[in-house]
Structures are given as structure tokens and as C-alpha cells.
Design a protein around this ligand. Sequence first.
Ligand code: HEM
Length: 138
Amino acid sequence: MPILSALAVRAALIHLLFGFTIGAILLSNKAVSLHPALWSMLPAHIDFLLFGWAAQLAMAVADWILPRHAQRPKRGSRGIAGTAFIFLNLGVLLVAISTWMPFNTSIRSIGRAFELLGVTAFIVIAWQRIATKQRQIS
Ligand code: HEM
């Protein structure tokens, strides 16, 4: 498995751990009201699991297995792939910590923008790899 995919799968597993832990806290808070402020962790729960875990795992495995270009770099620009990885993880982290920061709405919006940038950067290289394969077949 390429190093970037391995890194992203490991990062996704860490997000899964945080997302499930927060989910369990939220669920306990529903059963026994621990503290109303715990509900503010819902955005962290959602972003850890939807973007940090599910989207990142799909992107990591796709970057590994999608058709490769005939010439180097075989998996497309590693710079763009690395940017996608950094922006996605930074975005999820910003959303997760925004709850405890001043200007939390702005920080959450910046985090979501980073997530969008990360996903868009991944789409750019993945799209080119599929297009390459189609040209080879036709
Ligand atoms: C991949 C797995 C998961 C994903 C993608 C996910 C996603 C979500 C989303 C999108 C919401 C917001 C729903 C809404 O506002 O209507 C939510 C809420 C919630 N999740 Fe998860 N979740 C996952 C796993 C879990 C787990 C394992 C737990 C508990 C251990 C959990 C506990 C909760 C709780 C307590 C809420 C709040 C429900 C409420 O508003 O009453 N989630 N989750």
C-alpha cells in the first residue's frame, strides 16, 4: 500500500475512535443527563465520522486502487494528494475544536471550507486517473 494511503487509513481509524467515543458520550447524555454543554460536541461527532472516517477511508483506498497513469507519477500529483490529506484532516480538527474556541462559528466554517478543499483536491487527481484509463481502452 502506498505511504499516503497507509497514513490516511491510520488517520481515518483515529477519527473513528474519536467519533465513536463522542457518540457514546452523547448517547449516555441522552440516557442520563450528564451536562447540557456536551451537546455542543455533536458537530465534532458528525465530522469525525462522516469526513474523518468514512470519506477519508474511501479516498485512501481509492488512491491506492484506481487505475494508474502510464507515466510517472503513476497515481497523479503526490503534491495534490498530500494537500487533500492535510486539508481534510485539518478541516475535521478545526470543526472538532471549534466548540471550545472563541469565534466558534467562524472556525467551524473555515474547517468545513478546508474539508471541501481536501475533497475537491482528491476529486481532481481521481478524475484524471479514470479519464486516463478510458483513453487507454478506446
Ligand atoms: C459511522 C458512524 C456514525 C455516523 C456517520 C454518525 C453520524 C451522525 C449524524 C450525522 C448525527 C446527526 C443526526 C441529526 O442531527 O439528526 C448523529 C447524531 C448522533 N449520533 Fe452518530 N454517527 C455514527 C455513529 C454513532 C455511534 C457509534 C454512536 C453511539 C455510540 C452515535 C451516537 C449519536 C448520538 C447520541 C447522536 C445525537 C442524536 C440526537 O440528536 O438525539 N453515533 N450521528
